[in-house]
Design a binder for this molecule. Structure first.
Ligand SMILES: Cc1cc2nc3c(=O)[nH]c(=O)nc-3n(C[C@H](O)[C@H](O)[C@H](O)COP(=O)(O)OP(=O)(O)OC[C@H]3O[C@@H](n4cnc5c(N)ncnc54)[C@H](O)[C@@H]3O)c2cc1C
Length: 440
């Protein structure tokens, strides 16, 4: 068992791509703690299938910018969109330098695939498990750094703050039950999405928006908390639990959607929210619990090479994608809203950063364009690390001790009940925001 220390230079809550890339871009002389609720592989980053966008060349800038804005209903922040696109080539180079293997053409150049909402192929991928490929390589790089400590089964239950300044976190070891007060010069929330608060979601069930609830409780600004993306195609099942995603790149490569009579009923390459609406309307019209996805228009060799995990999972569920259609249904997938953060990942509370899916910097507007999420998480996590490095200062230890004295530890005695109350904080905030400004 790892014994946690009382002070770190930087504490990062979350071991997905955002948390890992933030740690890797901090100086090696900083002592960094990364915690995660379960084991590190239980992050949505690990599940990402389709890929990660990259600006193909200068000629692609206008199209990529417009595709992102159009998918986001022009509610995106143009400055963050520009920043993401401009940094995408360097970021993909970083990943390749880290050992990540992307699909290549026969001449060795990057092979791009396409997904809904994209006017051209610009998505780098590794089979249908791009997230696993990226996350495992980042984790190996992190493990090679003696200054970074990754500790599983530690749940942040609160932040420690006083006079609007963050000094660290309160965390619970879910194995030993021990409660920790952990102090840091900077705290980074990289705790992912909130699919776990919904009955049907592609997300890991442990991702319940804890950081969001904590920020709401402390008056830290959050934006568009009701901007929730529903993915059009998850494998239909009568069982409860996490929904298996069937990547949009399947449709990008030629798969089609069919109604109960096996007729096409929509343009499969529209942005996600449009395709979802079409599917839900068709299900209502047909009185069915799903529609069909037909992967047979994709050449067999392409399916075998590009989508092995999807083929396998469908087989396990009793569907042979080479011979028959697969039943699919929309499910909660992604969170466009989140803790308000700027281009450097700074929240409205000094010394507290938020990066990855838990934050909202406006890149995605009202609806995320496919394969922009890994990219956004990685780029803004790196920027947060660079910002901390450039402006590094120590916390005031007296003020931190004063904040510690003010903590009411009885609040954390029953952590399951506390986390349940956090779920309700999130659900109520979503409901309230939806009443005030409905998400279309
Ligand atoms: C099935 C699926 C497929 C996807 N496919 C793609 C794709 O092809 N391309 C793309 O760009 N995006 C895709 N996405 C979205 C993308 O994977 C995520 O948005 C992105 O990986 C988020 O990264 P993150 O680091 O912010 O969070 P995550 O990777 O989800 O990591 C969150 C971390 O926070 C930890 N955590 C949470 N709460 C606490 C707490 N209270 N205390 C301690 N730790 C905590 C968790 O344990 C975990 O380690 C997909 C998502 C899913 C679910």
């Amino acid at each position: 068992m790892i014994e946690l220390e009382k002070y770190y230079d930087v504490i990062i809550v979350g071991a997905g791509v955002a948390g890992l890339n933030c740690a890797l871009n901090l100086p090696r002389d900083k002592k960094i703690l990364i915690i995660c609720k379960d084991t590190p592989d239980k992050s949505d980053s690990y599940l990402a299938q389709g890929g990660i966008c990259r600006l193909v060349d200068e000629d692609d800038y206008k199209g990529y910018f417009e595709d992102t804005m159009r998918a986001g209903h022009y509610e995106n922040n143009p400055a963050t969109v520009d920043c993401m696109i401009r940094n995408s080539q360097e970021l993909i180079d970083d990943l390749i330098a880290c050992g990540v293997r992307f699909a290549r053409n026969s001449d060795g150049s990057l092979c791009y695939t396409r997904e809904g909402g994209h006017s051209r192929p610009r998505i780098c991928f590794h089979e249908d498990c791009t997230g696993r490929e990226i996350t495992t390589h980042l984790m190996s790089a992190v493990r090679a750094c003696s200054n970074i400590y990754v500790v599983p089964y530690i749940t942040m239950v609160d932040i420690i703050c006083d006079k609007d300044r963050c000094y660290g976190i309160v965390a619970k070891d879910s194995k030993s039950g021990r409660l920790y007060r952990l102090f840091a010069d900077y705290t980074v929330l990289a705790s992912g999405g909130l699919g776990g608060v919904f009955e049907n979601s592609t997300n890991f069930r442990i991702l319940t928006g804890d950081a969001l609830a904590i920020c709401l409780n402390h008056g830290i600004a959050v934006d568009h908390i009701n901007y929730i993306q529903i993915h059009p195609t998850t494998l239909y099942s009568k069982e409860k639990g996490r929904r298996f995603l069937i990547s949009e790149s399947v449709r990008g490569e030629g798969a089609v959607l069919l109604d109960k009579n096996f007729h096409r009923f929509c343009d499969e390459l529209q942005p996600r929210d449009v395709v979802t609406k079409n599917i839900l309307a068709q299900m209502k019209k047909d009185g069915t619990e799903h529609v069909w996805l037909d992967m047979r228009p994709i050449p067999r060799e392409e399916v075998i090479k590009h989508f092995p995990a999807i083929v396998q999972r469908c087989l396990e569920e009793g569907y042979d994608v080479f011979r028959e259609c697969v039943p699919v249904v929309p499910a909660q997938h992604y969170f466009m809203g989140g803790i308000r953060s700027d281009l450097e990942g700074k929240t409205t509370m000094p010394r507290l950063y938020a990066v990855g899916e838990t934050c909202c910097n406006g890149v995605h507007g009202a609806n995320r364009l496919a394969s922009n999420s890994l990219l956004e998480s990685l780029i803004f996590a790196k920027r947060a690390a660079k910002d901390m490095t450039a402006n590094y200062s120590r916390i005031d230890l007296n003020a931190a001790a004063e904040a510690e004295r003010k903590l009411d530890l009885t609040k954390y005695e029953n952590v399951p009940a506390l986390l349940k109350s956090y779920k309700n904080v999130v659900l109520n905030a979503i409901e309230e925001a939806q009443r005030e400004q409905p998400h279309h």
